[in-house]
Design a protein around this ligand. Sequence first.
Ligand code: NAD
Length: 297
Amino acid sequence: MTAAVIDGKAFAATLRARVGELATAFEAKAGRKAGLAVVLVGEDPASQVYVRSKGKSTVEAGMNSFEHKLPADTSEADLLATVEQLNADPAVDGILVQLPLPRHIDEQKVIAAINPDKDVDGFHVTNAGRLAVGQPGFVPCTPLGCSMLLKDKLGDLSGLDAVVIGRSNIVGKPMAQLLIAESCTVTVAHSRTKNLADVVRRADIVVAAVGRPEMVKGDWIKPGATVIDVGINRVPGAEEGKTRLVGDVDYASAATVASAITPVPGGVGPMTIAVLLRNALVAAYRNEGLDLAADAV
Ligand code: NAD
């Protein structure tokens, strides 16, 4: 069997176009553009790239992007004051504080300061709680993107056995909640799981969010399963001095067994920003008290 490739890049492009249409409709109704604020503390090169790319994508989707770049030695109090200012600003619908923060700042404290109705990353405990009890809120972008890809590929997920490898607050745990909400039978595996290969072999759906290059092998996969690879790992490339990106799944062997699989790059990765834009747009509609159908985007 050769697995179908789940084209996250194409799906993300369609989602971004849809967000763009709805952002134009929002502007006509609200008399202003939807706005997403991104706060970056320090000069971490990877974070700078993410923030630039988020800002560009936000503008392309017809929304305002407010970038707040603060020096690495910004105090926790000053960062909290910036968050408070954005909470109070009616032009700002969504707030994203780029992680990781410098070590002298307590990340949880900063996340807790964001108004949950502007928390488009879905990291606030209020949004984690809303997800757990099935209330509308904001769901972290990467797992929500994975869930969209799965539903697009498989339709109804009800009754399927799903194994999520990884239990982080950002990916693994919210992914498990989303799959429970879709009526899957969910197992969450992690660094202490015994006989991981046997656990994964039970799954109709495998979501790998570990951060270990090509750890999940083809002979761990049940024939016909659907594999979502969240991992982004940089490893030495074929040429001296060059690197390449690989996932947490050994793509070559898994693709001979699975029925569908996300590639790295071009699978889950492009979904994350597209879902962030989607969350910002939803925040804007909610903040203005405007209706947006649950299945609109
Ligand atoms: P994390 O380090 O917070 O969590 C990793 C999880 O993997 C932990 O829960 C740990 O228990 C589990 N784990 C570690 N070793 C294991 C092992 N040997 N067997 C089983 N489980 C093991 O990472 P994260 O933030 O959840 O990210 C996971 C991966 O996803 C990383 O590669 C990251 O780069 C990637 N990621 C991608 C996107 C995207 O946009 N595509 C977004 C977020 C994270």
